[in-house]
Design a binder for this molecule. Structure first.
Ligand SMILES: NC(=O)c1ccc[n+]([C@@H]2O[C@H](COP(=O)([O-])OP(=O)(O)OC[C@H]3O[C@@H](n4cnc5c(N)ncnc54)[C@H](OP(=O)(O)O)[C@@H]3O)[C@@H](O)[C@H]2O)c1
Length: 255
């Protein structure tokens, strides 16, 4: 199967590193024009020099979704593929998270993605073709200890994405989620370092214990994760909508 995205225009959030930049690279290699978003012009330039637009924005800021949509539409002329991705929240137990943290993380991780989708989906509907992908976490299927904010807020995205998929299916716009298990990025390295500090182990010991719980026996590579996203963005995935795909090396044991 040859995936050809030439003529398609993709906007990828959180694309100065990790999963977002791997997806942006995959989409560009398949021929799409890309615009990428992150908080640092330098990091975006270093990671995505070939992008048509590098949009500096903080998803936690209230005006960010409109600013991103305006810049992406100006640079690309339209957005056919939207990759909703964000930074992850700080680790914590469920008990005792302050209202300020819940609200701020909801704004950055959930509301910003919904608002941006609200701006860009109508153009996809009008053109009768679109792909909306949202990156979440395996924690929406099996909550991850000490990642209560992620487990909770990303589950809201699952309900939203599924509802949206039903609404947009008649218009040729698919809406899906991609759930990483443990993919080797700086986010996972910093979570391992935090767990090491919390439990008095080394980061290597923490990683070894994590690997032991993954049937593949290793963390995934960002490009392995991106391959699934590129497929979902492709014309070939035209009958796949309203689903969540786990890329986790078999880590989640349920069906
Ligand atoms: N990797 C995994 O195995 C895994 C597992 C479960 C869930 N996840 C989640 O999947 C998402 C991507 O993961 P990752 O591993 O690629 O994370 P990452 O390495 O931390 O990358 C996050 C990306 O988002 C950008 N970003 C962070 N906060 C932002 C903000 N407020 N506004 C705009 N851009 C922002 C970062 O760039 P700047 O810092 O330059 O802004 C970076 O490009 C995260 O939410 C993570 O929690 C990942």
């Amino acid at each position: 199967m040859h995936i050809d995205l030439s003529g398609k225009r993709a906007l990828i959030l959180g694309a100065s590193g990790g999963l977002g930049s791997a997806i942006a690279t995959g989409l560009r290699e398949a021929g799409a024009d890309i615009a990428v978003v992150g908080r640092s012009a330098e990091r975006l330039q270093a990671a995505m020099p070939e992008a048509k637009a590098r949009i500096v924005a903080d998803l936690a800021a209230a005006g960010a979704p409109d600013a991103i949509a305006d810049q992406a539409l100006a640079a690309l002329g339209g957005v056919d593929i939207l990759v909703n991705n964000s930074g992850g929240p700080p680790p914590s137990p469920a008990l005792g998270v302050s209202a300020e943290v819940w609200k701020a993380q909801f704004e950055a991780m959930v509301l910003s993605l919904m608002k941006l989708t609200d701006r860009l989906a109508p153009g996809m509907v009008e053109r009768k073709w679109g792909r909306i992908l949202t990156i979440a976490s395996s924690g929406v299927q099996m909550p991850i200890p000490n990642l209560a904010v992620s487990n909770t807020l990303r589950s809201a995205l699952v309900g939203w994405s599924k509802t949206l998929a039903t609404e947009l299916a008649p218009h040729g716009v698919t809406v899906n989620m991609v759930l990483p298990g443990r993919i080797a990025t700086s986010r996972v390295a910093s979570l391992d370092a935090a767990a090491a500090q919390r439990t008095g182990r080394t980061a290597e010991e923490v990683e070894a214990a994590s690997r032991a719980a993954i049937p593949m026996g290793r963390y995934g590579r960002p490009e392995e994760f991106a391959a699934a996203a590129v497929f979902l963005a492709s014309p070939q995935a035209s009958y796949v909508t309203g689903t969540t795909i786990r890329i986790d090396g078999g880590m989640i044991r349920s069906i």
